[in-house]
Design a protein around this ligand. Structure first.
Ligand SMILES: Cc1cc2nc3c(=O)[nH]c(=O)nc-3n(C[C@H](O)[C@H](O)[C@H](O)COP(=O)(O)OP(=O)(O)OC[C@H]3O[C@@H](n4cnc5c(N)ncnc54)[C@H](O)[C@@H]3O)c2cc1C
Length: 475
């Protein structure tokens, strides 16, 4: 997130001095590291939780269309940087089909209706639906092998899907910014405190291995992932009042048998179990990490009181404040289903994990899979006029004078970083965003910038053609 903001700011105002402070010994070692997330370029091609039914039972497609639009914005930036700055998309992008797979009468009916609604929107017009078993076998042999012939199954498929190595992307951004020479990056240095300095500035206390020091800045972006909430609380801005965080950990099964993993070439998303959080949607994913192909299944959710994978078990307790304590308790009581679900996930045995995998891949054998710890997500707890709520999305929190902004929450995450950072700029750099110079630069980075009818007219397809061409993808 921070490197996305840094690269956009660097393009808009190359003379800006940027400082990135990172507590670990290199970039992107937390949630953005490839093995810590699923690497799905979330375009809502296959994630069934982005098209929920409303109370009347109707499928809602607005969220899917908005996420698709957000991801296209990311592609737009990557395509522009490839053209202008020699960004190499082969280092972090791999194209593969995005498939939704369901079984049983209700879920097949849901998928059929969802397909009908989505494929009539321009963004998803190439979505295909099949219930034909031989075609399903071609799309995902591992999922169909040894599956009972009486099981009713269906899938949709979009070929223009992506696997993204967000860790490599972060490194590529930093490399480009470094060529300009006005960025300083401090690794192994933690921001331990933050306070107002002057009328519209901030002073940060930094703690390195050997020394501690202070820096001052007129603008701070708290892109600290799970570490964002504690820093936001320390800033003392009134806008941060009432926020809490609920950490959810994750695990993957990673296939170590090469002869199996090469037989799967897709991201296949299923439907989440009733009562489970949206981020626990099971999926069987082809991945490319450091250029090496792999296959993983999960995530299995869990609970840990850490806010960062390399954080402290005290993180959750230290985040408790007078202004968020009652919200935390209220959310706990209102979401007992979720709490029970997480407890059941934490205590499940290897055999139980295998059962979940076998529902996806009937021939799976435990000897071919290793259990690996994924990144931490800190979901947002917020007090609203309707009481405390647990939010599964992301939220930008900023001060009224625009001198500080933080990103809370995790999903849909890195795929939508570009759209989120444009929101940060519109909130905190609003005057500059209106200036002729910045508008011209925004237009060169995002040729569709300012086009609000993007999804309704053919400019979406033209933009996709341009992005695919520059990124070397097949349409
Ligand atoms: C299991 C899982 C699966 C996911 N799958 C996907 C997916 O398929 N697609 C997708 O788009 N997104 C996915 N996400 C979400 C995505 O990983 C995150 O949204 C994204 O990586 C967040 O980036 P970030 O820069 O905000 O946080 P991070 O990558 O965590 O970076 C924050 C950095 O701040 C540093 N930091 C924290 N506190 C301090 C401090 N006080 N001082 C200095 N440094 C500090 C941390 O060390 C860290 O390096 C997934 C996440 C998880 C956990």
């Amino acid at each position: 997130m921070s490197s996305t903001l840094a690269i956009i700011l660097n393009e808009l105002s190359p003379g800006l001095r940027l400082l990135i402070v990172e507590r670990l010994n290199g970039p992107a070692l937390e949630s953005s590291a490839a093995q810590n997330n699923a690497g799905t370029g979330h375009a809502a091609n296959c994630e069934l939780n982005y098209t929920p039914r409303n109370e009347q039972g109707n499928i809602q497609v607005e969220k899917a269309i908005a996420i698709n639009r957000s991801f296209e914005r990311s592609l737009e930036l990557w395509a522009s940087l490839t053209e202008m700055k020699n960004l190499d998309p082969r280092r972090f992008l791999n194209q593969l089909p995005h498939i939704s797979f369901v079984s049983g009468t209700n879920d097949v009916a849901f998928l059929t209706e969802r397909h009908q609604l989505l494929s009539s929107a321009l963004a998803f017009k190439n979505m295909r639906l099949t219930k034909d078993r031989s075609e399903l076998k071609e799309w995902m042999p591992l999922v169909m092998e040894n599956r009972g012939s009486d099981e009713l199954v269906a899938a949709t498929r979009i070929d223009r899907g992506l696997d993204v190595d967000f860790g490599e992307l972060t490194k590529s951004y930093l490399k480009i910014i470094n060529q300009g020479g006005l960025m300083t990056t401090l690794y192994g240095v933690e921001v331990v405190n933050i306070r107002r300095f002057g009328i519209k500035g901030w002073e940060l206390d930094l703690q390195g291995n050997e020394r501690s020091y202070q820096v001052r800045s007129p603008f701070v972006f708290v892109g600290a992932g799970g570490g964002a909430l504690p820093l936001l609380q320390k800033s003392g801005i009134p806008e941060a009042s009432g926020y809490g965080g609920f950490p959810i950990s994750g695990q993957w099964l990673v296939c170590k048998n090469k002869s199996i993993l090469v037989r799967h070439n897709a991201k296949v998303y299923g439907k989440a179990k009733v009562g489970s959080p949206p981020m626990a949607v099971p999926h069987l994913d082809s991945r490319w990490i450091n250029g090496r192909r792999s296959l993983m299944f999960g995530p299995y959710a869990g609970f840990s009181s850490k806010f960062l994978k390399k954080g402290s078990s005290l993180d959750l307790f230290r985040s408790l404040r007078r202004d968020n304590f009652s919200s935390m308790i209220e959310v706990g009581i209102k979401n007992l289903n979720l709490v029970n679900y997480l407890i059941s996930e934490v205590i499940q045995s290897e055999d139980e994990r295998l059962v979940a995998l076998k529902q996806f891949m009937p021939n799976a054998s435990p000897k071919d899979w290793d259990l690996v710890i994924a990144g931490q997500r800190v979901q947002i707890i917020k007090s609203t006029s309707d009481g405390a709520v647990l939010k599964m999305g992301t939220e930008v929190v900023s001060s009224s004078d625009g001198s500080i902004a933080a990103l809370l929450g995790a999903s849909p995450g890195a795929s939508t970083a570009v759209t989120i950072m444009l929101e940060v700029l519109e909130r905190c750099w609003s005057e500059q965003m209106k200036s002729r110079t910045w508008r011209a630069k925004l237009k060169s980075l995002f040729p569709s910038y300012g086009n609000n009818d993007f999804n309704q007219d053919s400019s979406l397809l033209k933009m996709r053609e341009r992005n695919d061409y520059l990124l070397g993808l097949k349409s």
